[in-house]
Design a protein around this ligand. Structure first.
Ligand SMILES: Nc1ncnc2c1ncn2[C@@H]1O[C@H](COP(=O)(O)OP(=O)(O)O)[C@@H](O)[C@H]1O
Ligand SMILES: C[C@@](O)(CCOP(=O)(O)OP(=O)(O)O)CC(=O)O
Length: 444
């Protein structure tokens, strides 16, 4: 077996869009996104294909969930079509698709086999890919096991698990893409530590994630999974519009041309994003609220009909976002407080004007009270907003964490919700190769 077809572990962080929701969908504006310490890891191992099942077999497992394992066979597609994977029914478990995993395999394997100078299907050999998500991605329905495990078993299937909204699909697609590229390509063709390797990971993960989602979002979640914290200006959606569907003639060639194209125009500004020592970004998970749907449609419709007002508001959000980024970097607490409070006001106005519940009344009440606690510098409803999450910038000391925890316990009882501080912290680093060998993850 060639030396590069080895076991490897690649991880990618979750995200929090601290400022710039909605405006970041438009290339004229940018958003401030932080990576999170909650990561999704993907571990690869070579395998012997199951006897009598398929000679070309790729197994993907998510062992924290009940019965979540997906087995695929892969076949070349004629006419420079790349590779098409087909989910195999092992007969022993209920047959459940995983659209994000399957789409990522179709995109990344097609990219790998279609690289110039000529298609090489033998590059892909049977392997198993194990997905391990840090605990904060899901709210546990059962009491935490003791001793605490780094990767908790959730005791249910993935479709039933309650997500906390940290961007699991973007972190999954990015870490799986990075692991597939690192497993099957020699370092001369892909290295996560080189700028060109990172660009490949970014472009390919964006393409796969958009296809799996069935829409072209701003891509801030994939960008932060790849690069970590940054001020992000989106790529032009037209870059992905001419890709034929996977599994059809010409797909492999087109995916290589698209991913390796020099037309990618996203801007990743890492210089202006950092978190000063002594401060932490923390996430609050709020369950028991109502789901928010189609908020992007409402904001877009309002903007269409009220261009001058909407554009002025968008410009203000962008301006406050940049002030906030600078203040977080230098640790200027009064400036952070002011910028976060202005972002909150502007986003609340955007919600009121458009009819989208970006900062609903219940969140305003909770955040106003939290901001009154000693050591809490500022708060926002991150990303698209809604009922289910909040982001805080707090002083990094036990007293503050204790005060916030006690407050959330009292608030939850009082308001009949379940609000809790997640362990996750804002973090600067993006996707990386992990040094552990992937063995005995149950012991971690
Ligand atoms: N740990 C995991 N193992 C396998 N698939 C996962 C995992 N985490 C996320 N996914 C995939 O991502 C999908 C969730 O995507 P989505 O609903 O967009 O959530 P999010 O907002 O967290 O990105 C899941 O249905 C599954 O296909
Ligand atoms: C509205 C947005 O600008 C921000 C949404 O941010 P969230 O962090 O709320 O995202 P999800 O994890 O997809 O729910 C849409 C976008 O930028 O794609």
């Amino acid at each position: 077996m060639p030396e590069h077809k080895k076991s490897c572990v690649v991880s990618a962080p979750g995200k929090v869009l601290l400022a710039g929701g909605y405006i970041v969908l438009d290339r004229e504006y940018s958003g401030l996104v932080f990576g999170l310490s909650a990561r999704i890891n993907v571990v690869s191992h070579p395998i012997q294909p199951t006897q009598g099942v398929h000679l070309t077999e790729i197994v993907v497992e998510s062992p924290q969930f009940d019965d979540d394992s997906w087995v695929y066979g892969y076949t070349p597609v004629q006419g420079e079509g790349g590779v098409k994977v087909t989910q195999l029914d092992p007969g022993t478990k209920p047959f459940k698709p995983n659209h994000f995993v399957e789409t990522t395999l179709n995109y990344v394997l097609s990219y790998i086999v279609s690289l110039p100078p000529k298609p090489t299907f033998t590059t892909i050999t049977p392997a198993k890919f194990i997905i391990l998500a840090d605990n904060d991605y899901y709210s546990s329905s059962s009491a935490s096991p003791s001793p605490a495990r780094r990767f908790r078993h959730l005791g249910q299937t993935i479709t039933k698990a309650n997500k906390t909204g940290l961007g699991s699909s973007a972190a999954l697609v990015t870490s799986l893409t990075g692991c597939l590229l690192s497993t099957y390509l020699p370092p001369s063709l892909f290295s996560l530590s080189s700028p060109s390797g990172r660009a490949t990971l970014h472009n390919l993960s964006q393409a796969a994630h958009c296809a799996a989602q069935g829409k072209i979002g701003s891509g801030f979640d994939v960008a932060s999974a790849v690069y970590g914290s940054c001020i992000y200006r989106r790529f032009s959606p037209s870059l992905l519009s001419s890709l034929p569907p996977s599994g059809t003639k010409g797909f492999g060639k087109a995916v290589v041309e698209t991913v390796n194209s020099s037309d990618w125009d996203q801007e990743i500004n890492k210089e202006e994003t950092d978190l000063a020592k002594g401060l932490k970004i923390r996430m609050v998970d709020v369950t028991g609220g109502t789901a928010t749907v189609s908020m992007v449609k409402l904001v877009n419709a309002w903007r269409e009909g009220n261009k001058p007002e909407a554009d002025e508001l968008f410009r203000h959000v962008e301006g406050r976002m940049r002030v906030l980024a600078q203040a977080l970097k230098t640790g200027d607490e009064p400036a952070i407080k002011k910028a976060m409070s202005e972002v909150r006001k502007l986003m609340k106005t955007m919600g009121e004007r458009s009819g989208a519940e970006i900062e609903p009344g219940s969140q305003t009440k909770m955040l106003d009270e939290i901001e009154g606690l000693e050591g809490v510098v500022g708060s926002v409803v991150p990303g698209a907003g809604g009922y289910d999450a909040a982001a805080l910038v707090i002083r990094d000391d036990e007293g503050t964490v204790g005060r916030v925890n006690r407050f959330l316990e009292e608030y939850s009882q009082r308001e009949g919700v379940k609000a809790r501080l997640l362990d996750v912290l804002g973090e600067v680093e993006g996707a990386r190769v992990e040094s552990w060998d992937g063995g005995s993850w149950e012991e971690l």
